[in-house]
Each structure stands twice: as C-alpha cells, then as structure tokens.
Ligand binder design. Structure first.
Ligand code: ZN
Ligand code: ZN
Length: 194
C-alpha cells in the first residue's frame, strides 16, 4: 500500500538491550491520510493513541500495546454518519536485524520458510516501525460494509427519503418513462386508450 510514515516510527534507544528490561511509551500518532478501509477509516489528521510496553527479549523486542482510535464513515444503505471506536490489543515480536553471521545461518536453515521470514517484523537499528501491526489492528476492527445499525432499511430509491421515517405504504405515483411514451402516442390516435 503506502510507504511507512515517520509518525509510526518509535525510537527505542532508551530501552536497554538486556533481556527482561522494559519501558512504556504513550504515543499519539497523527495519521496523514485516511487510515482503514475504503468506506470507513480514521480520517487524515486524527490521532491513534497507542499505549505501548516494550520488553527486551533475547531475539529482539516484544511489543505489547493497546490501540485506540475512532473511525468514521457512512452507512452504505442510508448514508448516515457511522463512528466506530477501535480498542484493540496487539502483541508483536520485532527481531533484531541479523548480524552477517546469523543472517547467513538463517538462510541455510530455513529456505522453506522464506515466506514466513518476510512477514516477520524487524527492528531497523533502534527504530521500531509500528505501522503494520497498527494498520492490521485498525483494519480488523472495521466492517467492510459499515451500517448505522444492522436493521437499517436504507433509502427510497425514488425520493431518497429514509424508509425508517416513511409510511409503510409510501409509494410514488409518477408515471414512469415507458408509460409517458405510450400516453404521447395515445394522444395522437383518437382510438387509443390506456
Ligand atoms: Zn443506515
Ligand atoms: Zn420515496
């Protein structure tokens, strides 16, 4: 999708690289583009709050975090605004970048698992890029087709009014285009009756 943004990068230089060391971070990440799925997303300019706890482990840094945000969109049936509060826990291991020696070893050992390795999250020096796990957390919290409520009746296709506020026998009596055509013919033919 898009390239990663600086605002998602956490510099972990304060966390000692000794297994068992911990550090907590409270982050307000401002998104600079709509962040979510097509019809509902955290709007550009809004903030995703992340309470993160980092723990040094042998192979890297373990991230545990609570992610909070509010996504906005429109009901696909009636176009009313829809808001979804996102509250999600994530936990991810960020591996240290392999040293040359370890990197080589890895290649020999796990050729079959190459695909898995590409999915692994990796520290970039001191930097932990939070975008991928946060994007996953947000996207998994959002419906593909947002509704104001599951029973939303939508709109009358003729007048665009909400079925919820219309009478049950609401109908439009206007003659549709085909009838209008016949009528026009009829008016030229004295024997023609509808
Ligand atoms: Zn609706
Ligand atoms: Zn109508």
């Amino acid at each position: 999708m898009s390239t990663s943004h600086k605002s998602f990068q956490l510099n972990t230089f304060e966390l000692p690289r000794r297994a068992g060391e911990m550090k907590e971070y409270s982050l307000d990440i401002q998104v600079n583009e709509n962040f979510g799925v097509n019809l509902i997303s955290v709007p550009a300019g809004q903030t995703i709050e992340v309470d993160a706890r980092l723990e040094s482990v042998t192979e890297g840094i373990l991230l545990s975090a609570d992610v909070y945000a509010v996504a906005k969109g429109e009901c696909i049936r009636c176009l009313d605004p829809v808001e979804i509060v996102i509250e999600r826990k994530i936990q991810e291991l960020y591996n240290y970048e392999p040293t040359n020696e370890r990197g080589k070893k890895k290649k020999h050992d796990t050729e079959i698992d190459d695909l898995d390795i590409e999915d692994e999250l990796m520290m970039q020096g001191q930097i932990m890029d939070l975008e991928t796990p946060i994007r996953d957390a947000v996207v998994l919290s959002l419906p593909i087709n947002p509704l104001c409520n599951q029973d939303c009746l939508g709109l009358c296709p003729e007048c665009g009014e909400k079925w919820a506020v219309l009478a049950q026998d609401h109908a439009h009596t206007s003659i549709d285009a085909r009838w209008a055509g016949l009528k026009a013919l009829g008016s030229e033919d004295p024997d023609f009756k509808i």
